[in-house]
Ligand binder design. Structure first.
Ligand code: ADP
Ligand code: MG
Length: 596
């Protein structure tokens, strides 16, 4: 079965053609060594039969040249195999690297817009899904070309040697292997089922591991265990079902293919052909079958790749701006050096509906952010995080534009212009310093994180890191943790407020002209929150700071505030003015603040 769509996974079309043709050509040469071996063996057998009962020296003289030829073939074949293995490994290393990089990029984009995907299944796709493609792309695809060429040539030679036997054998080869091809569709469907079960089990497992504490606290661990057992059983059933079908098909294929030389022999016998010719016909018919048998083997090794390949392309195409993925083009091409400062950011007509959502999460929002403190407020679900994600370049609105100093910018530009602390920032195992220096490729602490060596001495010596840490209140407001403190996996060794301080220090360390904090201080007490936000606003006066919050008490009177309700902007102005007016802000104060 040929899946033209999957051909794209090999790269650009000319490249894919060259690569497949090269591998196929090596396959054809390998086939040629088998054919040469068959013909030489036929000569050797013919020689032995011809010299039977005569002088052994005569026999030696007859077969010696053919034996020398056989020796040459036996040297040539491993060389060609080594060549093919090298070529396939090099090709697939490149293909898999590009695919995994593009996939990771595409999944990052998707996760910002649509969180319905499951991390475990995504992980399985990036790791095993890409791996499954290897046998399909580097074996099965080229083997199809090899089969075509080899069978045409060997068939022609067979017909030339003896037209009757040739035609009968070629006809048998055309009919017999067609039978199991009917299984291909069923096998591909089982492969899809199997892959789905595999992804599901991964997803359930990862989900359970991540939420183990919650599961135990909720008394849900036993039920969860049943879910996991169910997922494992389903995977086992599917694996066994697939193996059964695969085995039956292999058996039938092997039987049909080994019948071909028998057919050739039956057609050749009783027609007074010379022994050498009969040998040659039988051996050639075996060679006619060999590439087909290899094709069947490669199909069994590679059909799982047809399904994961389609899934990979679906993810890549959906994330591509043109709806059609080209290798390497999915990179988030951010500005190499973001501008040092910008004076204002305008959102014009920002409208976004999430995939699968029935109502717009944000509708025609116009707002302006200027240097200093800006705030977006609103009740939960009013669209604050959606707006923050658009302004950070994480989400692309369906309508509307973001302007920086009057010029429209892309989401990729925003990503490099804005330092963002999301509502649920991720922390990684390592020290607080390691986590703050996360985005710094040259940082020593990066190497520590990668190597698992988490001594913080080098990183803690980094001025930049300690300045940003102090600004975020690390080692000052809260004496219980400093740069050397271990954060633990997902920041599990820190309190909620400590995690937020680390995330803020990390964003400050990026030193971008715009800072967006999405409820990034929600776990701090009101006084610490106010002090921290005030420090951020005065630390760099030219910086645009956007604070998303539903705690109006933390806002200063001179902060410029935008009020969201149901995805629409209902009010904008200075906090002090809005407090006095009887508008959305005052109503919000009524629902979010406990009356004194
Ligand atoms: P807020 O931050 O003000 O609480 P959000 O911007 O997070 O609000 O959400 C606005 C609306 O969009 C909500 O109704 C929410 O359910 C929905 N929403 C948020 N994120 C997603 C998402 N990734 N996929 C689908 N719907 C979402
Ligand atoms: Mg939110």
């Amino acid at each position: 079965m040929i899946h033209l769509r999957l051909f794209r996974l090999l790269g650009s079309r000319p490249r894919a053609i060259v690569v497949t043709a090269t591998l196929a050509a090596i396959g054809v040469l390998l086939g040629a060594t088998f054919v040469a071996q068959a013909l030489l063996m036929a000569q050797v057998f013919g020689g032995i039969v011809g010299a039977w009962g005569r002088d052994p020296a005569d026999l030696g003289a007859r077969v010696a040249p053919w034996l020398a030829g056989l020796l040459a073939v036996l040297v040539a074949r491993p060389t060609l195999v080594a060549l093919r293995e090298l070529a396939a490994a090099r090709l697939m290393t490149r293909v898999k690297l590009t695919l995994r990089a593009d996939l990771a990029e595409a999944l990052v984009r998707r996760s910002a817009a649509d969180v319905r995907g499951r991390t475990g299944a995504d992980h399985a796709l990036v790791v095993d899904g890409v791996e499954n493609l290897d046998p399909y792309l580097s074996r099965y695809l080229p083997q199809q070309v090899t089969v075509l060429v080899t069978c045409l040539v060997v068939g022609a030679v067979l017909i030339a040697v003896d037209p009757l036997v040739g035609v009968v054998t070629v006809a048998a080869v055309l009919v017999l292997p067609l039978l199991p091809r009917l299984w291909d569709r069923a096998l591909a469907a089982r492969g899809a089922d199997h892959w789905d079960a595999y992804g599901r089990m991964h997803a359930e497992f990862l989900d359970s591991m991540t939420g183990m504490t919650t599961l135990v606290l909720a008394g849900a661990d036993a039920r969860r265990q049943e879910t996991l057992e169910g997922a494992s059983r389903s995977l086992l059933d599917r694996t066994l079902g697939q193996l059964r079908l695969s085995l039956v098909e292999s058996g039938l294929s092997a039987f049909a293919l080994s019948a071909v030389p028998v057919v050739a022999l039956a057609a050749a016998l009783g027609r007074g052909l010379a022994p050498t010719v009969v040998f040659a016909l039988v051996m050639l018919s075996t060679e006619l079958v060999r590439p087909l048998r290899d094709l069947a083997n490669h199909w069994h090794a590679g059909y799982a790749g047809t399904y994961s390949g389609r899934q990979i392309l679906d993810v890549l195409d959906a994330a591509s701006p043109h709806g059609c993925w080209t290798p390497g083009a999915a990179r988030l091409d951010t500005l190499s050096r973001p501008p040092r400062a910008c004076a204002r950011i305008d959102g014009v007509g920002l409208t976004l509906t999430y995939p699968g959502g029935d109502a717009a999460a944000l509708s025609e929002v116009d707002l302006r952010l200027t240097s200093g403190m800006n705030a977006v407020v609103g009740i939960s679900g009013s669209g604050k995080s959606t707006l923050a994600a658009i302004l950070s370049g994480l989400l692309v609105p369906q309508e509307g534009t973001v302007l920086v100093d009057g010029a429209p910018v892309s989401a990729a530009d925003l990503l490099s212009l804005v330092a963002t602390v999301p509502q649920d920032p991720a922390l990684f195992a390592g020290t607080v310093a390691d986590n703050i220096a996360l985005g710094d490729a040259s940082s020593d602490s990066q190497a520590h994180l990668a190597s698992g060596d988490v001594s913080a001495d080098d990183a803690a010596g980094d001025d930049d890191v300690s300045v940003c840490a102090r600004l975020a209140g690390i080692g000052t407001d809260d004496p219980t943790f400093d740069l050397h403190t271990q954060a633990g996996e997902r920041g599990g060794l820190l309190s909620g407020g400590q995690r937020q301080r680390v995330a803020i220090a990390r964003a400050l360390r990026q030193d971008r002209p715009v800072l967006v904090l999405d409820e990034a201080t929600s776990a701090l007490d009101l006084r610490s929150e106010a002090a921290l936000v005030a420090r951020l606003a005065t630390h760099r006066s030219d910086r645009i700071v956007l604070v998303v919050t539903h705690r109006l008490g933390s806002l200063g009177g001179s902060d410029r505030v935008h009020v969201l309700a149901d995805g629409r902007l209902v009010e904008s102005g200075l906090a002090a003015d809005l407090r006095r007016a009887d508008g959305g802000f005052a109503r919000l104060a009524g629902v979010t603040e406990v009356p004194a």
